[in-house]
Design a protein around this ligand. Structure first.
Ligand SMILES: NC(=O)c1ccc[n+]([C@@H]2O[C@H](COP(=O)([O-])OP(=O)(O)OC[C@H]3O[C@@H](n4cnc5c(N)ncnc54)[C@H](OP(=O)(O)O)[C@@H]3O)[C@@H](O)[C@H]2O)c1
Length: 349
């Protein structure tokens, strides 16, 4: 295991496999080869130095046992967590989230011809919105789902532009490559682990599953990859290690760390990526204008899933979104800006 120790950073690990969170040991058994790399912005980043992503499960029950302080922080701050995780109900009158992407979309669709956009996690609350909007804009879509019967109840039926295929991201890259196949131009990943008792599930879905998708794309020569990730994935490096949302989403399965690992894999894959990190997702229609910031900037706020779906499609058709990580929330007092302007304002790293 490689380690570069680093200042007073909130996380540290060593060869005896201690893993510390906010000065507390949270697990003796995270066989994560954690490397601390200096964040371009703030403290440090937890990064994998392993090329093999078939890692044993990092979180353990010791995480829960040793985080009593963390739990009390969570219970004290539940309202803040909820504002990140769920909705606010403030409506902004006249907010119009559909933007100027029509022309760019037409150019893109003409360029890709009959090829499809593969959406992983297409039965999810964000995934289905991405599928619906892609279809509405004239794309051919291949919806990757775990359960074909469930998909029939969620996704549009009898649309000749929509193909629904089975695609469980935990079943390996070979099966995924069959599902994506050579008629897909790009992949949008909107998968996310469903809550449950399996503490390994976030790691399997949000890290290894996304890695499998990337590997499938590389086998097929699919070059464009868009990931719906999350705000705060790099919370430790942002000085947000005690942010209740960061704690909450990591305590049960290291969800944010799993997502960060997947992001790192994408960034190192050579693919043309856009990583979209939204704030807390709301099912309600948009209630404010889009705020887009560079990676490791925002640590609170919410956004409608409708807006996230629009941003994913805007990223697909706008070259300014290539090789970028963007963080998004919606704010009623934010100025309305075009996608071109927003993506252009983010610097590539
Ligand atoms: N909830 C929030 O406030 C929030 C905030 C920021 C970021 N995010 C992230 O944004 C993304 C979308 O969130 P969401 O709430 O819209 O998601 P969601 O409704 O929970 O949907 C998740 C999707 O992932 C699919 N999925 C789960 N395991 C899978 C597997 N092994 N193989 C293939 N697909 C699998 C689910 O399939 P089934 O339908 O078959 O279960 C579902 O379609 C997620 O990555 C989430 O972590 C969420």
């Amino acid at each position: 295991m490689k380690l570069q120790s680093h200042s007073h950073s909130a996380m540290a690990c060593n060869d005896s496999r201690l893993f510390r969170l906010g000065g507390q040991e949270i697990s003796r058994n995270p066989p994560l080869p954690l490397t601390l790399r200096k964040s371009p912005r703030r403290l440090c980043t937890v990064q994998c130095s392993h090329s093999n992503h078939s890692l044993p499960y990092p979180p353990s029950l010791s995480i829960i046992k040793s985080t009593s302080k963390v739990f009390s922080a969570i219970s004290n701050s539940l309202p803040n967590i909820m504002s990140f995780l769920t909705s606010d109900s403030t409506k902004m009158e006249g907010s119009d989230f559909t933007e100027e992407v029509t022309e760019a979309t037409e150019i893109y669709i003409n360029a890709i011809g009959k090829k499809k956009i593969f959406v992983a996690g297409a039965t999810g609350s964000t995934g289905k919105r991405i599928v619906e909007r892609l279809l509405a804009k004239g794309f051919r879509v291949k919806a990757g789902v775990r359960d074909l019967d469930k998909a029939k109840t969620i996704l549009p039926q009898d649309n000749p532009a929509l193909q629904i295929v089975k695609a469980d991201v935990t079943e390996g890259s070979a099966k995924l490559a069959d599902a994506i196949s050579d008629d897909s131009e790009a992949v949008i990943c909107a998968t996310g682990c469903r809550s449950g008792w399996d503490l390994y599930a976030p790691w399997k879905v949000d890290n290894l599953g996304t890695v499998n998708l990337v590997d499938a794309c590389r086998k097929l020569g699919v070059k464009r990859f868009i990931l719906v990730s999350s705000l705060l994935v790099n919370g430790a490096a942002m000085g947000q290690i005690l942010n209740p949302a960061y704690i909450f989403l990591n305590v049960f399965g290291l969800t944010l760390i799993a997502k960060l690992r997947a992001e790192d894999y994408i960034r190192e894959s050579g693919m043309n990526y856009t990583i979209i990190r939204p704030g807390g997702l709301r099912n309600e229609p948009p209630t404010g204008n889009l705020v887009m910031e560079p990676e490791d900037t925002l640590y609170e706020g919410t956004i409608s899933r409708d807006q996230v779906a629009e941003v994913a499609i805007a990223a697909l058709v706008r070259p300014q979104a290539s090789y970028k990580v963007v963080e998004i929330v919606a704010r009623a007092d934010a100025p309305k800006r075009s996608y071109g302007d927003l993506f252009s304002s983010i610097t590539q790293r």
